[in-house]
Design a protein around this ligand. Structure first.
Ligand code: NAD
Ligand code: DAU
Length: 372
């Protein structure tokens, strides 16, 4: 009797394909930061078969306390280091046989970029190119089963007027050194795809909020100042609009895009949740008055209008319909619910808040707000 080996080999081949798809070694950069730590936590816990390597320089914004609940997981590894250090990045690729990158590391605060643009050029542009070079070099023999996922921001699109939404086709028009450096890094990522065929995907997200958010950004800064009865600095007239998304919803969107996004594509991620800064801070005051047993209206007295941010973008708002249509993602939390969870987290984690607001941060805060 003649034996057809392909009949026997077919299930084996299927098994190999399935297995290859499961073994991923993912380099997550900036995993000790705000968004990065939520992405690391999600991937480490949800995908025990993946090996997760977190490369973080631990700048003022990076904090290993953000990951205390995953530190002992067998599929999690931490490396302290700089994404601009080509020797280190190459060593990591070689040693760990990195198959995928989720690149979140960045200098991320607009006000700091106004004070010191060069750090933003270094980390956001040169750091990204250093990673791209390593990925190109180590993967170029066969780009299949690899992905360079670049995490970017809606700020690359510039500012909207009173109407309209940013789509994936909106022209880039960055205004701050931060957004210019992120726009530049997005262009490099696309250039590596177009020129060398590097498998990439980019997502541009709106403003995140939630646990582990560094208290230099509006929401955690105001929570911290309300707790400590300090002024709540509102830039200009407080009429600028941001589209807020709970950070775990962002991490879930990243998970969907990582696994289902089309290579070479861009996806916008947003909360369908626009707030002027002043309305948002008033809502925060109202929620906090109840939670910390103050008379309603008491915390609002702390609102203080200060000199506007230079080049302050009026409005950001994201059209995330491509992501919803293609991958079925949408935000899970209503804003009041997310804000309430966030406040509770800060109230329950006063030690975390105290640690990150001591030392260098005090100096930054006093210098930035002294002359406003
Ligand atoms: P973050 O400032 O909280 O964290 C940045 C992390 O990167 C820190 O852990 C820091 O130590 C690390 N890092 C900085 N420079 C590094 C370097 N040279 N080498 C290695 N690690 C370095 O930032 P975030 O708010 O979590 O933002 C993460 C990413 O998401 C950024 O790329 C940002 O542009 C993007 N993003 C942020 C938001 C937001 O609302 N926060 C929204 C959209 C997109
Ligand atoms: O849109 C996505 C971006 O959102 C991310 O790419 C950035 O990394 C992230 O920092 C954030 O940028 P913003 O500048 O929008 O966030 P920030 O929290 O600094 O400010 C939110 C709004 O509040 C903005 O209009 C400026 C204003 N603001 C901010 C601070 C810190 C104030 O009025 N007072 C303040 O003290």
């Amino acid at each position: 009797m003649k034996c057809d080996h392909s009949l026997f080999l077919f299930p084996f081949a299927l098994y190999i394909c399935h297995y290859m798809d499961k073994i991923k070694t993912i380099l997550i950069t900036g995993g000790a930061g705000f968004i990065g730590s939520h992405v690391v936590r999600l991937f480490v816990k949800k995908y025990p078969d993946y090996k997760i390597i977190n490369l973080d320089k631990l700048t003022y914004a990076g904090n290993l306390e953000n990951l205390s609940d995953v530190v002992n997981e067998p599929n999690y590894f931490f490396i302290k280091g700089d994404i601009c250090d080509a020797d280190l990045v190459n060593q990591l690729f070689e040693l760990h046989q990195i198959t995928h990158i989720i690149h979140t590391a960045a200098e991320s605060h607009v006000d700091r970029s106004i004070a010191n643009p060069m750090e933003f050029v270094t980390t956001n542009v040169i750091g990204t190119c250093t990673l791209l070079n390593a990925a190109k070099y180590f993967w170029q023999a066969d780009f299949t089963n690899h992905l360079f996922y670049h995490i970017s921001t809606d700020e690359v699109y510039g500012a909207l007027g009173e109407t309209g939404l940013f789509t994936e086709d909106t022209k880039y028009d960055p205004h701050s050194p931060y957004s210019a450096s992120k726009a530049s890094s997005d262009h490099f990522v696309r250039a590596y795809a177009d020129t060398y065929g590097l498998p990439i995907v980019i997502s541009n997200c709106s403003n995140n909020y939630g646990p582990y958010h560094f208290p230099e950004k509006l929401i955690p800064l105001c929570i911290n100042n309300i707790i400590n009865n300090k002024p709540l600095p509102i830039y200009g007239k407080g009429e600028n609009v941001r589209d807020w998304l709970y950070v775990e919803d962002h991490a879930n969107a990243i998970d969907s895009i990582f696994h289902g996004g089309k290579k070479g594509e861009t996806y916008n991620i947003g909360g369908h949740n626009e707030w002027t800064n002043i309305d948002l801070v008033k809502l925060l005051c109202k929620l906090m008055d109840v939670k910390i047993n103050r008379t309603v209206g008491q915390s609002e007295q702390l609102i203080t209008y200060v000199t506007d941010r230079a080049g302050h973008d009026l409005r950001y708002a994201i059209d995330a319909s491509k992501l919803q249509k293609e991958l079925g993602w949408k935000p899970s939390l209503q804003f009041e619910e997310g804000l309430s969870k966030t406040i509770d987290w800060y109230l329950q984690n006063s030690a975390w808040l105290k640690n990150v607001t001591s030392g260098d941060y005090q100096h930054f805060y006093e210098t930035l707000y002294a002359n406003r």
